[in-house]
Design a binder for this molecule. Structure first.
Ligand SMILES: C[S@@+](CC[C@H](N)C(=O)[O-])C[C@H]1O[C@@H](n2cnc3c(N)ncnc32)[C@H](O)[C@@H]1O
Length: 280
């Protein structure tokens, strides 16, 4: 099986002369997420595997909270899919998958990733704030590490809601403004990836919930607690790896739960209203 190649003309990205969107696109064309952890040749099978291993070690909550195998035969859209590693898990679980991303580098790599894994998927360069899909197109919309990097997160949420079928689900992640990592950054200038991105919004859990107001139900979970870093060096990274990670994780989770660096929303679009029975 090979990835279906179906591009939009890139003119549709950032239409309306949206300068902010063009900057976001340019940044992500040059900063593929987690790219720096990989030693192997860019685009090789080993490259994708290294990124995946790193990601699922760092985001060890993902397989616990996201039912990648639970969408067999369902249509799943990944908004801002990057190199497509999460989408590959949905595809392996039997979902019919579509990945979109503003950056052509991402889409190119996601296609190669799928081809090398022998998975089927459709990929398009597209703006998640203005998607080219009809209403009610997907059973699940997944959007991880994207919402806070787009110029208008509220537009992206509205679009995610629009393209979902009635009763469909969204899994959306963003960054918690009140996280342990933000505190460490403020106090000790610990590095946070992609702080130099043209847009980097952060939300409290309450603000995130407000943003998701189009949905009929929303559950927000705070996750992403300290794990040892492989990508940062120097004294601070050594202290962090040697002391901070174990000390933090020894604290009862319910004390620190709300400080998780990632906020994950599990949201549902309202089911279609029942058709009224004809009178008489
Ligand atoms: C940090 S990467 C995350 C990639 C992937 N979701 C992951 O978790 O590994 C952010 C991605 O979001 C994409 N992105 C940002 N704004 C976007 C938008 N408005 N529409 C589509 N993709 C967008 C970027 O191009 C980039 O590939």
């Amino acid at each position: 099986m090979s990835a279906v190649i179906k591009d939009l003309p890139s003119g549709q990205v950032g239409s309306g002369g949206d300068e902010a969107l063009q900057q976001v696109r340019q940044y992500w064309n040059n900063h593929i997420h987690d790219w720096k952890v990989a030693q192997s040749e860019v685009g090789s099978q080993a490259f994708f595997e290294e990124i995946e291993e790193y990601r699922f070690e760092k985001l060890n909550y993902l397989p616990r909270l996201v039912d990648f195998d639970g969408y067999r035969g369902k249509r799943v859209l990944d908004v801002g899919c990057g190199v497509g590693n999460d989408l590959a898990r949905f595809a392996k679980g039997g979902a019919e998958v579509v990945g979109i991303d503003l950056a052509e580098t991402s889409i190119d790599l996601a296609r190669r990733n799928f081809r090398q894994r022998g998975l089927a998927g459709e990929f398009q360069i597209m703006n998640g704030e203005r998607m080219d899909f009809p209403d009610d197109s997907f059973d699940l919309v997944y959007c991880h590490t994207v919402l806070h990097f787009t110029p208008h997160p509220e537009r992206m949420v509205q679009e995610i809601h629009r393209v979902l079928r009635a009763g469909g689900h969204a899994i959306v992640m963003t960054v918690n403004r009140r996280s342990w990592l933000n505190l460490l950054h403020k106090v000790m200038k610990v590095e946070i990836d992609h702080l130099d991105a043209p847009k980097f919004h952060q939300f409290s859990a309450g603000e995130f919930r407000d943003l998701l107001s189009p949905f009929a139900s929303v559950t927000i979970v705070a996750e992403r607690f300290p794990v040892r870093t492989k990508v940062h060096g120097g004294l601070k990274a050594r202290l962090y790896n040697r002391w901070f990670v174990d000390l933090f994780n020894a604290l009862p989770r319910h004390w620190v739960r709300r400080s998780g660096h990632h906020l994950l929303a599990f949201a549902a679009k309202a089911a279609a209203a029942p058709v009224a029975a004809p009178p008489g």
